[in-house]
Design a protein around this ligand. Structure first.
Ligand SMILES: *Cc1c(COP(=O)(O)O)cnc(C)c1O
Length: 379
């Protein structure tokens, strides 16, 4: 069997264990210590996020967002069907009804032009997912939200270090535009901490309550700042904050953001130059940037994709697809209103992600590309 080329291999910068040791020796390994503060400050100063709060996952950050919006049973939330389950689950847990919208034809992100027709009196929020770190049209989405009095929660799980440029020329980081946003540091993302995430709060009205929800429904954060002289139970909440061990790991990654991104850029662009003659590859809209999170190809059919995955496996190369459309999932099918979402189904059937990680070598990449080229010749 040839040497295995995995789909993903977590990259370690080398400082992770040193910082974890520092955290351990400091005697403070529960949450909200020095490394957590460093990470918060990084996001707030670099990307203009009003208030950052590390969480134990992006899933948790989305759940915090759903609590902050005070959703009532029957409230509606609009989001793409082509996304990870957590995007929807967080709101379903609060009793909300999910109204799924289709993907764009040229990109798996939500089709911004279909959103307005889905807005009703019950709509509370729009949840754009920046698929592959490529921005949804945030000017359009924020405009709709303003017009209809809605909140925007960005699922920025894949969107670290990616940007959106408004028509007046101002550029903002993804995750700093919506009222709230959620990032992921799961080991499959660009910047990792094993499991991990962050809630970004850009609308100040949510900051105080977010800290309370983060600390199990108590005003413990205010207590430690000396703002109140005892702390107690003041709201609902949960244990959303990660330990300092995780924050220390994350800090080692954030310090190396630039080199990690540069390496991913080289690999992504190499794939692009070697494969663009064979596939209709992603087009990055003018207002968006690429953060090199995912490189995918679009197969012509589900059968063709299965054959190619099998071919990769014969050479010990792991390629993966996602997502199974949420509107036709076992859990949500009967709750969906029956609208067909054809672009979403097509990406579900045909999109295939190629190995992309810091340590992927040029030789390994050549092998992946060769397999594809031979596959095309034989089929
Ligand atoms: C990875 C991912 C999530 C979940 O992130 P976790 O940190 O694993 O909870 C949510 N949404 C999208 C779009 C993702 O890619």
């Amino acid at each position: 069997m040839p040497d295995r080329i995995p789909f993903n291999k977590p990259y370690f910068t080398g400082k992770e264990t040193e910082y974890i040791e520092t955290a351990v020796k400091s005697g403070h390994i529960s949450g909200n210590g020095e490394y957590t503060q460093k990470c918060h400050q990084f996001f707030e100063s670099k990307w203009g996020i009003k208030k950052a709060l590390l969480t134990t996952s992006c899933t948790d950050a989305l759940e915090m967002a759903a609590i902050l919006l005070n959703l009532q049973a029957g409230d509606e939330v609009i989001m793409p069907s082509f996304t990870f389950v957590s995007t929807a689950n967080a709101f379903v847990l609060r009793g909300a009804k999910i109204v799924f919208c289709d993907s764009r034809e040229d990109h798996p992100g939500m089709d911004e032009n279909t959103i307005e027709a889905l807005i009703t009196e019950k709509t509370v929020a729009i949840v754009p997912v920046h698929y592959a770190g490529v921005a949804c049209d945030m000017e359009k989405i924020m405009g709709l939200a303003k017009k209809h009095g809605l909140f925007v929660v960005e699922d920025a799980a894949q969107a670290i270090d990616s940007y959106y440029t408004f028509s007046d020329g101002t550029t903002k980081a993804l995750g700093s535009i919506g009222h709230l946003a959620a990032f992921s540091f799961h080991e499959t993302k660009n910047i990792i901490s094993g499991e991990g995430g962050m809630l970004a709060i850009n609308d100040e009205q949510f900051i105080k309550r977010a800290e309370i929800i983060w600390e199990k429904g108590t005003n413990r954060s205010a207590f430690f700042r000396g703002e109140v002289n005892k702390y107690g139970w003041v709201d609902i909440g949960s244990s959303f904050l990660p330990s300092e061990v995780i924050a220390a790991f994350l800090w080692a990654q954030l310090e190396n953001l630039e080199s990690i991104q540069n390496r991913r850029k080289i690999i992504w662009e190499r794939y692009h130059s070697l494969l663009h003659n064979y596939f209709n590859l992603i087009t990055i809209p003018k207002y968006a940037t690429n953060n090199f999170h995912i490189f995918y190809i679009n197969c012509n059919s589900n059968i063709e994709r299965s054959k190619l995955i099998k071919k990769f496996r014969e050479y010990n190369v792991i390629s993966v697809f996602h997502y199974l459309s949420l509107h036709s999932s076992r859990y949500y099918k009967s709750k969906h209103d029956g609208r067909e979402l054809v672009n979403c189904d097509r990406y579900s059937d045909c999109l295939l992600r190629l190995p992309l990680f810091f340590e992927l070598t040029e030789m390994e990449q050549n092998k992946v590309v060769e397999i594809i080229k031979n596959f095309i010749k034989e089929n």
